[in-house]
Design a protein around this ligand. Sequence first.
Ligand SMILES: Nc1ncnc2c1ncn2[C@@H]1O[C@H](COP(=O)(O)OP(=O)(O)OP(=O)(O)O)[C@@H](O)[C@H]1O
Ligand SMILES: [Mg+2]
Length: 204
Amino acid sequence: MFAVIEGIEGSGKSTLQTGLAEALRARGRRVTTTREPGGSPLGDAIRAIFLAPGPAIDAVAEAMLVNAARAQHVAALIRPALQRGEVVLCDRFVDSTLAYQGYGRGLDLAMLRALCDIAVGPLVADVTIVLDCEPTLSRRRLAERGAAQDRLESESADFHERVRGGFLTIARESSRHIVLDAGDAREALVAAALSAIDGVETRV
Ligand SMILES: Nc1ncnc2c1ncn2[C@@H]1O[C@H](COP(=O)(O)OP(=O)(O)OP(=O)(O)O)[C@@H](O)[C@H]1O
Ligand SMILES: [Mg+2]
């Protein structure tokens, strides 16, 4: 089972991933949690470049960086874990590239899809949980979390609204996506995500 959690910064992806992993482990499942960009030493090095504040990175370069990290992530961590029969819970995946570099930065979606296909091969998420979050809620949560802003967090509200809309459009066009309200309580989100995973696993 390969489940992906998507949403803008501060939508609650990491929080949901932790709760979901706990709930699945309590049922006796073996769970691997991971995130993008990252998931491998190479991926973590790319993540640091990607998120560091600094001069603007060209959008195509940005898309290629995250997909270089992704190819390594899939080959070294995700595919082996799935082959061992584990549940893999991944914080961000291909949809983040489409939402940020496509809907956010305006790159061609077909080009981005082709690039992501090179990175992931035939792998598709069994279920993607989109945490739909108003940028104002996200800003409030990130301020409360108190960390310094990274390169994407410091983008405009308009950028984050486009990214949010991108996730919703992708989800609308897919039967493998569910959209949850990021403003719901943590426990309610875990329960809804669990039932989405159960639904996929019991489907014949
Ligand atoms: N359902 C929720 N209700 C209330 N607060 C929440 C909820 N989910 C997360 N939070 C809080 O919002 C903040 C952001 O959550 P979290 O770090 O999980 O988001 P994220 O999507 O992983 O962010 P990032 O993209 O920056 O990694 C945290 O302080 C977290 O405790
Ligand atoms: Mg997070």
